[in-house]
Design a protein around this ligand. Structure first.
Ligand code: ZN
Length: 346
């Protein structure tokens, strides 16, 4: 890749709208947490952990998540991982992020950290990041599709609403997609939407077009997490194109999870050729050995995108945020000016 383009990508202002807080914990941070809380990890060196983190299959992925949850024992731990995460975003010049957080992970599985304490910890990290780092964050509380009883989904919606003052802006749906269709969670999403939270479920990642249709019809999705499987259904592609419904595309995640056979064969160019609304994101970056900056570098390398094409993808991200319209427009202006300040190359 041309050096100046690489430099531009590193320095350009960015937003990220599909990234999981728990899935973003770096090995170094996990080691610190494990030490602090006396939790035994399968490996106890940064190098070992980095290797253990590397995705092998979905079961291993779940094991990593459970291990991470077991290291988060108090609200202070949540504040700590949120600060570390936001520091990493600031380093990549990601000025604003919408970040998924799974409250049941710290309530059902682990030490039953009261949800209002979880939310307060996130709020503290958010205020700190705004003051100290100059970066913004909106939280997306999500339900894991395998949550049982299913009614707990509605509890999560109420928890999210109660945490709006701590920066919660959206409501999500994650976890195993196959066998857990969106329709099961219609009530929970209705509660969240009623209170003004954005509907941003995962769909069309490991399940096909019917999952995306369900997310649109039953959950009134404003964006689709992944959504790359829409290409299996031309009519759905047309509907998504017409509505310009944003897709949160995460290329390296798709390759690691086997959704795409390789980066070179990733459907990203086909999504763009079809006129769909695409944004670029990192999902669970350390597990997929990536970062948002790396995602942009990799797609540029694989598909030869121009600087203009990259700027368009970034602006797509800005326009797809759940910020109030005035703030969103302001951010758009800021980004356009920021692109000009980044090096143009010679
Ligand atoms: Zn995700």
């Amino acid at each position: 890749m041309r050096e100046e383009l690489e430099d531009f990508i590193r320095r350009m202002p960015k937003v990220e709208i599909h990234v999981h807080l728990e899935g973003s914990i770096q090995p170094e941070t996990l080691l610190l947490l494990a030490e602090r809380n006396g939790v035994r990890l399968p490996v106890d060196t940064v190098e070992g952990l980095r290797e253990w983190y590397t995705f092998t299959d979905f079961d291993h992925f779940v094991e990593i998540y459970v291990t991470i949850a077991s290291c988060i024992c108090a609200p202070e731990d949540i504040e700590f991982i949120a600060r570390e995460f936001l520091r990493g975003q600031a380093r990549q010049r990601i000025l604003y992020s919408e970040v998924t957080f799974t409250p049941t992970l710290h309530y059902n599985l682990n030490r039953r950290i009261p949800v209002e304490e979880q939310a307060a910890a996130l709020g503290r990290a958010r205020r700190w990041a705004a003051e100290e780092l100059g970066v913004g964050v909106g939280w997306v509380f999500d339900i894991s599709r395998n949550v049982r009883p299913i009614e707990q989904g509605a509890d999560v919606a109420r928890w999210a609403i109660a945490a709006i003052d701590e920066g919660v802006v959206g409501f999500g749906l994650g976890g195993p997609e196959v066998g857990h269709p969106p329709e099961l969670f219609a009530e929970a999403f209705a509660i969240a939407r009623e209170a003004g939270l954005g509907s941003v479920p995962h769909a069309g990642e490991t399940a096909g077009p019917e999952s995306i249709r369900g997310a649109i019809d039953a959950l009134k999705a404003q964006r689709i997490g992944h959504g790359v499987r829409c290409l299996d259904d031309p009519e759905l592609v047309e509907a998504l194109r017409e509505r310009q419904l944003p897709l949160e595309v995460c290329p390296s995640s798709n390759v690691c999870l086997g959704v795409a056979p390789s980066l070179e064969k990733h459907p990203l160019p086909r999504l763009l050729d079809a006129g769909l609304y695409v944004t670029i994101n990192s999902d669970d970056p350390p597990m997929f050995n990536t970062s948002l900056t790396d995602e942009y570098l990799r797609i540029c390398n694989a598909f030869g995108f121009s600087r203009e094409a990259i700027m368009q993808l970034v602006l797509n991200g800005v326009r797809a945020t759940l910020l109030p319209e005035g703030e969103r427009r302001e951010m758009e202006r800021l980004f356009e000016a920021g692109f000009d300040e980044s090096p143009h190359g010679t």
